[in-house]
Design a protein around this ligand. Structure first.
Ligand SMILES: Cc1ncc(COP(=O)(O)O)c(C=O)c1O
Ligand SMILES: [Zn+2]
Length: 459
C-alpha cells in the first residue's frame, strides 16, 4: 500500500479524519468523521519539550508519590494532553508492565534475543487498561452518564472496572458463547450491566454503534480514538525500558487492530520528537480463522479489507471485521512491517512454550511467538533474521483463559468445542445479596435497547 502522508501534530487540539483530513472539535461526541465516515486521530500541537529533556521528565516521575505520576499512562501525559486539568484524570494506576527475557521461547523461535513486554500485568489483567483509562477520562470530561462496549471479554472487564472507579454506569455486550468465564466474572463483579448477545462480536459491535447515540451512552470500543491515545504509552514505556534504543521488530497480536494502530501513532510521534533511533518493523499476527488484514497483505491488496466470519479458540481475537484496520495498515506501511497469521496448533504450542519460561499468557498473545517461529525458521511470507532484536507484546494474563490451558495440557483441546461449567448442587445455597446476573438478549436493537433502558432507569 502507498504510505499515506502522516502529519503527527496539529495547530490546536482536535480530532482529524485519517482519510479526508476533516477536523472535528476535541469535545464532540463522535467516533468517526462527520464528512466521510472514516476513523479519527486525536491530535495536539507539538509539545514544547522534546528529546532527552522530555525523556528526563518522564523518568523523574517514577520516584513521585502522586498517582498520576506513577501511572504508566499518565507519566507520559505531555503526549496525550486531551484533558484540561489534572483533576479530570482517572487512574487506577495502570501500566508499568515488565519487559521479560524468555530464553526458552527465544530458542523455540530460533532467535538470538526475544523479549516479551507483558501487558497482562495490568489491574484487570490485559492491555486494555492502558486505553480504557484514557477513554473513561474523556467520558468523564464529556459528562456522559454511561459508557459501553462490545467485547470479546477483556475490554468489558477493563471498562467495567474503570467505570466503577470513575462512578459511571457501565454496559458491556459480549457474545453469548465463547467468552471465557474468567473475563465474564470480572464484568459481573465490577457491577457492569453484562449483556450476552445471541450473536458474535461483530454483530454486537454493530448493534451498539447504531443504538448508542439514541440512548446517550458513550462507546469505548477501540474505534474511540481516545482509547488509542492511552494505548500509545505501551510504546513510550517500552522505549524507555530499552534506554530509547528501538528494537528491530515489534510483534503484536491483531484482533480489532487498535493496539497496532496506537503503536504506530506512538512511534510516529517519538520519531518526530527525536526519541526513536530507528523504525521498528510493526508485525501484526492474526489467528488463521480471523485474519482479514493478513489476507489483504498476502493478496497484495492491503488497501481493501474483505471481512470474514471469524473462528478461533483464541477468542480475544475472534474478530472478522476489524474496525481500526486502516490505522493498522498505516502503521505497518510506515514501519515497513508485515501482517501474518498462524494456525490453532501453532498458537497452542507457542502458548505452552511461553508458559515454560515461567511467564504464561492467554492464547491470543501466543500468536506472536507462533509467528516468529515460522517466519524465522521458514521465512514463508516474511523473513525474520535470527539476529534481529525482537520484542513481542503479550496482551493478556495466563489466568484469563484457564479452560484452554488445562485442556491443552490434558490433551483435550479441540478446534471446535463448547465448554460448560458445571457446579454440583451441594448443601444450603448462600444468599447472593449483591448479585449482578448477565442478561441474555437476541441480536436485535429492540431487545438490546430494552435491556439497557431498564438498567439505566434503575440507577
Ligand atoms: C488478549 C488480547 N489480545 C489481543 C487482542 C486484540 O487487540 P486489538 O483489538 O487491539 O487488535 C485482544 C482484544 O480483545 C485481547 O483481548
Ligand atoms: Zn473524513
Amino acid at each position: 500500500m502507498m504510505a499515506r502522508s502522516w502529519e503527527p501534530w496539529h495547530s490546536a487540539r482536535a480530532m482529524r479524519c485519517i482519510s479526508c483530513g476533516h477536523v472535528h472539535g476535541l469535545r464532540e461526541v463522535i467516533y468517526r468523521c462527520g464528512a466521510c465516515g472514516d476513523l479519527l486521530d486525536v491530535l495536539y500541537p507539538r509539545p514544547a519539550e522534546a528529546g532527552a529533556s522530555l525523556a528526563a521528565t518522564f523518568r523523574h516521575r517514577q520516584s513521585s508519590d502522586r498517582l498520576v505520576d506513577r501511572s504508566g499512562v499518565w507519566r507520559f501525559r505531555e503526549l496525550l494532553p486531551f484533558y484540561d486539568d489534572e483533576s479530570q484524570i482517572v487512574t487506577y494506576p495502570e501500566g508499568n508492565t515488565p519487559l521479560l527475557d524468555a530464553p526458552r521461547s527465544s530458542q523455540y523461535a530460533g532467535l538470538r534475543r526475544l523479549r516479551f513486554k507483558h501487558l497482562g500485568f495490568n489491574p484487570t489483567g490485559s492491555f486494555k487498561d492502558y486505553g480504557m483509562v484514557a477513554g473513561v477520562t474523556q467520558a468523564r470530561i464529556l459528562g456522559m452518564r454511561a459508557v459501553a462496549c462490545a467485547s470479546t471479554g477483556n475490554t468489558s472487564a477493563s471498562l467495567a472496572a474503570y467505570a466503577a472507579r470513575a462512578g459511571l454506569a457501565a454496559i458491556v455486550l459480549v457474545p453469548e458463547t465463547g467468552v471465557s468465564f474468567a473475563k465474564l466474572s470480572q464484568s459481573l463483579d465490577y457491577g457492569a450491566l453484562t449483556i450476552m448477545v445471541r450473536g458474535d462480536f461483530d454483530q454486537a459491535q454493530n448493534l451498539l454503534r447504531r443504538l448508542a447515540p439514541r440512548l446517550g451512552i458513550y462507546i469505548l470500543n477501540s474505534v474511540n480514538p481516545f482509547r488509542l491515545e492511552g494505548q500509545k504509552t505501551v510504546m513510550f514505556e517500552l522505549l524507555e525500558q530499552l534506554g530509547w534504543r528501538a528494537p528491530d521488530r515489534i510483534v503484536v497480536p491483531g484482533g480489532n487492530l487498535g493496539n497496532s494502530s496506537s503503536f504506530g501513532k506512538a512511534l510516529r510521534e517519538l520519531e518526530d520528537l527525536g526519541l526513536l533511533s530507528k523504525r521498528p518493523r510493526i508485525t501484526i499476527v492474526q489467528a488463521r480463522g480471523a485474519a482479514p488484514l493478513s489476507e489483504a497483505y498476502e493478496s497484495g491488496h492491503s488497501e481493501r479489507l474483505v471481512t470474514v466470519h471469524a473462528n478461533t479458540l483464541a477468542t480475544a481475537i475472534k474478530i472478522g471485521a476489524p474496525v481500526s484496520w486502516k490505522k493498522a495498515a498505516r502503521a505497518v506501511d510506515w514501519s515497513d512491517g508485515w501482517v501474518t497469521s498462524v494456525t490453532e496448533q501453532e498458537i497452542a504450542d507457542a502458548k505452552a512454550m511461553i508458559g515454560r519460561d515461567g511467564i504464561g499468557c492467554e492464547p491470543a498473545s501466543a500468536t506472536t511467538l507462533a509467528a516468529l517461529r515460522r517466519l524465522a525458521a521458514e521465512g514463508t511470507d516474511e523473513q525474520v533474521d535470527p539476529d534481529e532484536n525482537v520484542v513481542a507484546i503479550l496482551t493478556g494474563n495466563v489466568l484469563k483463559d484457564p479452560d484452554y490451558t488445562v485442556r491443552y495440557h490434558q490433551s483435550s483441546l479441540y478446534e471446535e468445542y463448547r465448554s460448560e461449567t458445571r457446579m454440583i448442587d451441594h448443601g444450603p445455597a448462600l444468599a447472593s445479596a449483591f448479585a449482578n446476573p448477565p442478561v441474555v438478549v437476541d441480536a436485535t436493537e429492540a431487545a438490546l435497547a430494552e435491556a439497557i433502558e431498564t438498567r439505566l432507569h434503575m440507577r
